[in-house]
Design a protein around this ligand. Sequence first.
Ligand code: NAG
Ligand code: NAG
Ligand code: NAG
Ligand code: NAG
Ligand code: NAG
Ligand code: NAG
Ligand code: NAG
Ligand code: NAG
Ligand code: NAG
Ligand code: ZN
Length: 742
Amino acid sequence: MAILKLSINLRLIIATAILSVNGLSSDSVSVDEDSNNDSAINYRLPDNVVPVHYNIKLIPYIEANNFNFEGESSVDIIIRHATQNLSLHVFELTIDKTVTVLFDDNGIHVYTPATYNYDNITQILVLNFNNKLLPGNYILKLRFVGILRNDLKGFFILSYINEEGNNMWSVATHFEPIYARRTFPCWDEPALKATFDISIKHPRNYTALPNMPTREQSDDGNKDGMIWTHFDTTPIISTYLVAFSVVANYIRVPVDDTTNIWCRSKLVPHTKFVQEVVQKSKELLTEYTSIYKMPKMDLVALPQFIHSSISWGLIIFGETSLAYNESFNTIFTKLNVARTTVHEMAHQWFSNVVTPLWWPHVWLSEGFATFCEIYILNQIFEDWRRMEYFVVQQKILHVDIDMNINPITLEVNRPKEIESLFFHSNYNKASAILRMLQHIITDEIFEKGLIKYLHTQIFTQFNSTTSDSLWNAFQVMLDKSGVPHNTYRLKEVMDTWIKQSDFPVVYMTRNNDTNEIILTQEHFLPKNKKKNVSNNKWWIPLTFATQTNPDFSNTLPTHWLKPQDQNITINGIDPNDWIIVNLQQIGYYRVNYDSSNWQKIVSYLKSGNYMKIHVLNRAQIIDDAYYFMMLNKHDIMMFLNIISYLSQETDFIPWYSMLEVLKLTEDIYKVPENEFLKSYIIKILDALIKNVGYEEDPGEDDLTKFTRIEALKWACTLGHSECKKMATVKLNEFLADPKTYK
Ligand SMILES: *[C@@H]1O[C@H](CO)[C@@H](O)[C@H](O)[C@H]1NC(C)=O
Ligand SMILES: *[C@@H]1O[C@H](CO)[C@@H](O)[C@H](O)[C@H]1NC(C)=O
Ligand SMILES: *[C@@H]1O[C@H](CO)[C@@H](O)[C@H](O)[C@H]1NC(C)=O
Ligand SMILES: *[C@@H]1O[C@H](CO)[C@@H](O)[C@H](O)[C@H]1NC(C)=O
Ligand SMILES: *[C@@H]1O[C@H](CO)[C@@H](O)[C@H](O)[C@H]1NC(C)=O
Ligand SMILES: *[C@@H]1O[C@H](CO)[C@@H](O)[C@H](O)[C@H]1NC(C)=O
Ligand SMILES: *[C@@H]1O[C@H](CO)[C@@H](O)[C@H](O)[C@H]1NC(C)=O
Ligand SMILES: *[C@@H]1O[C@H](CO)[C@@H](O)[C@H](O)[C@H]1NC(C)=O
Ligand SMILES: *[C@@H]1O[C@H](CO)[C@@H](O)[C@H](O)[C@H]1NC(C)=O
Ligand SMILES: [Zn+2]
């Protein structure tokens, strides 16, 4: 009886928790919530004009306290079809209409707009002319004033107090995806690439850091203490890749001949770690992709900045992603510095070299940057086990459902929709899908396909890219290889993963008469999901291991569950064997089994042989079992039985899955009736605590440090008595002598 009551409580409480998560998410992903019917509005620029080269001069009034900047642009454009108007993007800029002019390229004809129409929904400004403008080359000159923003979107200003107690300013840019138009009028779509000449006027005692090397500095003779810095012409790039920053009293920390870190002097002693990460990731990414295109690379760390903005040859990021010193910082800071740095470095390839044709393809930048972050960190810091850790840490299958994540390549047009694509969970899903692809076609073909994809972009003058260009590159390399692939075309397979929302669950049953294993797929949709799509089907790569053949290493799919298949059958498995599907959680799906197979898995986990099941599958079993229990697919005893095996588990990866479950069910343990459950969990946790201990050992690996922090947090939260005692001791030590006991 007690157990029954408990399981009802448990479901009720968790169901409430999940509902509140869903409530929250509806604000952040607003794409299908909005009921305005605006399909009549055209958010795209017409194709009658293309920009070729921008010449931009900007004067930010950094110390003047008016938070303004002035700008002037001269853009070489091509008019492709005769027209009487030009459309371009502008947002919150005031244009000085008295000086706008359009010249044709021989300078004979000069036109001025008769009227201006601005649409603040599409953020498009239309210049209407009285004359017909014939096809040809023109130059458009504009002058404008804008605000140095404090919302970090566009051209922004930040203030901080330096060591001497003085108020200091920095200005910098963050343009991705649609904020360049807040700094200069432009054709702000990623495929409308051009070259850029940027010049910035700033006080002499500031340093301007741009995309490109500095060409020259000049004084305009005004004796106002100001100086112009002119930068080299960029290659052909998208507007969102333009960037610059102006800082005072910054120190240059060289990493190699063309790569520098810029930061405040007080941070310089704590940059050794980031230098190592920059240098190694540059090396490994260059080797992996066989390209390096940047004439120079600057990484600028700003105080009070929490984002990081990507651009050609310049990475602007926060000081918290730069400084790490083991005497003061935790292992979390170290991980954060490493992750941000490698992610932003990877964008120099994925975003700079290959740019999305239009925003639905931006997953090709973000997905790959996240994937490379994991893949490269896995090589630099082997003992972090980033690849495995990514699988359990991102809980992406939970997030995908709970946060109603949209399909990876959602069609978007409105400015708000475009911004919502830059939501971290989308990148994580995309990189999980890329990891799956890597195992479908093998690591070797994956790398060859990537190189082909990147080189094709360079060959076509940095043409913009779509998901199909990627599938094509992989397909070509796959066709040349010995990797089996007759049953599928990559595009067809991958489209089921990137164009549909959610993911499948594979369900396994055994026919007792014929001893066949039967696998079917279903669209995984908990009842609380609002969307009304229940019959998505996927191309599902299948791999499995059995008790008599527990080989979890070969992740090349042996079977496919196709969208048109009702089921597939596998023969010849010993009826006493368990079967575990989806080796190493490579496939982006959950697996549920009939209860007899679950029972077999449970007994095996509780035996001394549990280690023969791959750590990632141990982690998956815990996570899947939890989720299916929550959906009433099997009872709580099964779940409690599974997790009891953890009392012998020493690996952190399956434990991480369990700690995530604790996080999700935290409220349950506060209810007195659930005391039994709480002591049950404390007992299992005790084994882990004994294993990691309470004291850091300087020689141990980072993952152990990390495990200790997480394990002790939960042990103390749940009321593990020894843990609470130790916490009191440590707190008293710290209060008595904070210097020694950090
Ligand atoms: C929205 O408007 C378009 C044309 O303006 C129309 O074709 C479409 O049916 C409308 N959709 C809804 C949901 O009202
Ligand atoms: C601009 O001019 C073209 C033809 O020259 C016309 O079709 C179009 O409607 C005009 N657009 C606007 C916004 O006035
Ligand atoms: C656009 O302008 C109108 C009128 O000035 C204003 O009411 C509205 O809030 C603006 N919309 C946006 C998105 O800025
Ligand atoms: C830069 O120099 C000006 C005087 O030319 C001075 O007023 C200002 O405080 C200086 N700024 C910095 C950040 O050193
Ligand atoms: C950590 O900080 C100390 C004191 O500022 C400095 O001497 C040391 O070099 C730093 N270590 C690293 C690895 O940055
Ligand atoms: C650039 O890509 C577009 C669309 O993918 C294609 O039509 C065009 O031919 C490409 N241009 C070059 C120079 O390859
Ligand atoms: C197969 O046998 C197991 C016990 O051996 C039983 O639990 C299960 O229900 C049977 N399955 C079917 C489909 O009859
Ligand atoms: C939901 O889907 C069912 C069947 O697929 C369909 O009959 C029903 O009209 C849909 N409801 C809505 C609100 O779209
Ligand atoms: C498997 O699919 C076939 C058709 O392809 C169907 O006849 C059979 O009943 C299915 N078996 C199960 C157990 O669903
Ligand atoms: Zn990114």
